[in-house]
Write a protein that binds this ligand. Structure first.
Ligand code: NAP
Length: 400
């Protein structure tokens, strides 16, 4: 029973690692339980008892509030800092007021600067596209941009002070009833996620990286993101990357093409010509938007998993939120959380177990063994979360 360690940027994983998990709010309880049983089945199938994860529950969200009076108790923060690898369900963030995002706090705590979201069409899903040639991996920056959460309410004294500083020192007039937000984007944080995306592209033999930005309007934040990303590619990866600032080149074959698209264009591009897009490198907000849009293109956002990765740690979670309307009803699709589990196994170097999960999920969808969110496109009812999980575990045990 040991912790996962990090040495020279590498994961050092014992055969019986302790991994903390957070159930999550809403459907979290059901999808996390489902994913854990599927992960355990795949690890057992592939490693026959030689390797096994020792799960350790830690509290956050509603459950933590009920038991400790806090949504993110100090003990949870200490455990996350100590174990550095976390498996989690979705956590609620209220709109417009209330507490700050717990997800953002967790990502910041471990400096998990890249949110990696693979989006690939699975045969059998009902995509809205005629030809669903979608196979993208979104690299969303996690620590800069608007998710730093620097903003002030329109009628606060801080907003009034900011407005007066802007008037006095910059001669910028802001209407007195405006809330104010600050959007910082830094060279160092852009460079490190660009490096990670390029290294991933090289290791996984991907064809292209497209920077998604709104640099025509936000020149010194999103425009700079584009400049800094190109500059790192030229300086450090010249051997592997072909930089195309004109946006006109097609894939060259040998090198990985790096180009960029303005964010609004990017949305129409992934719908009209999804086959041209491979890795999308995006600042925080663009990355968030484009992930859900890409999820819709493959027919279901409920099946997307994601990894939040830093130089020393990782948190794995579904892309979807708490889907409150399905909470406690045995109606949630657990595949997003299961896929987050298979990404975690990849990062642990237990890729064979990850492959077992991925092929079982593919096989289940092909055989129309799915939950209601997918089945309704075929006019069918679908299985409950628990029944789907049992069926998936059975497929894993049988090995097909
Ligand atoms: P959401 O919870 O993802 O739900 C949006 C819709 O997506 C649902 O109504 C449902 O669509 C479908 N859906 C999502 N997950 C599903 C699943 N597992 N199975 C079946 N259907 C699923 O998005 P939201 O309503 O925008 O966000 C709700 C809360 O979740 C917010 O507090 C938000 O901050 C939080 N959130 C947390 C995370 C995280 O923890 N990382 C991520 C995103 C959002 P239908 O109604 O069409 O069936």
């Amino acid at each position: 029973m040991e912790k996962i360690r990090f040495q020279d940027g590498k994961w050092v994983v014992p055969d019986n690692p302790i991994i903390p998990y957070i159930e999550g709010d809403g459907v979290g309880k059901e999808v996390t339980a489902s994913a854990i049983s599927v992960i355990d089945a795949a690890v057992e199938k592939e490693f026959s008892g030689k390797r096994k994860i020792l799960w350790r529950e830690i509290l956050a969200g509603e459950k933590a509030l009920k038991e400790t009076g806090e949504r993110l108790p100090g003990s949870t923060l200490r455990e996350i800092k100590s174990y550095r690898v976390l498996f989690k369900g979705p956590l609620e963030t209220p709109i417009g007021s209330g507490f700050r995002s717990l997800n953002v706090e967790i990502r910041m705590l471990l400096d998990l600067y890249a949110n990696i979201r693979p989006v690939k069409y699975v045969e059998g899903l009902e995509s809205p596209l005629k030809k669903p040639t979608v196979d993208m991996v979104i690299f969303r920056e996690n620590t800069d941009d608007i998710y730093t959460g620097i903003e002030w309410k329109y009628n606060s004294k801080e907003a009034a002070l900011m407005r007066s500083i802007l008037k006095r020192d910059f001669n910028v007039e802001i209407k007195g009833d405006s809330g104010i937000g600050i959007k910082p984007m830094s060279k160092s944080k852009t460079e490190r996620i660009t490096r990670m995306a390029i290294r991933y592209a090289i290791a996984n033999k991907r064809r292209a990286i497209t920077i998604m930005h709104k640099g025509n309007i936000m020149k010194y934040t999103e425009g700079a993101f584009r400049e800094w990303a190109y500059s790192i590619a030229r300086r450090e990866f010249n051997k592997n990357i072909l930089v195309d600032e004109t946006g006109r080149m097609q894939n060259s074959g040998k090198k990985i093409l790096m180009n960029d698209r303005i964010a609004d264009n990017m949305f129409q591009q992934i719908i009209a010509k999804p086959e041209l897009y491979d890795i999308i490198l995006a600042p925080n907000l663009n990355g968030d938007y484009v992930s859900d849009a890409a999820g819709a293109l493959i027919g279901d956002i409920g099946i997307l998993g994601s990894a939040n990765i830093g130089d020393m740690g990782g948190a794995f979670e579904p892309v979807h939120g708490i889907a409150a309307k399905y909470a406690g009803k045995n109606l949630a699709n657990p595949i997003g959380t299961i896929k987050a589990g298979s990404m975690m196994l990849e990062f642990m170097g237990w890729g064979r177990a990850a492959a077992v999960i991925d092929s079982a999920v593919k096989s289940a969808i092909k055989r129309k063994i799915v939950t209601q969110d997918i089945a309704r496109a075929w006019g069918k009812k679908g299985l409950g979360t628990r029944e789907f999980t049992e069926a998936l575990v059975k497929i894993i045990k049988k090995g097909s």
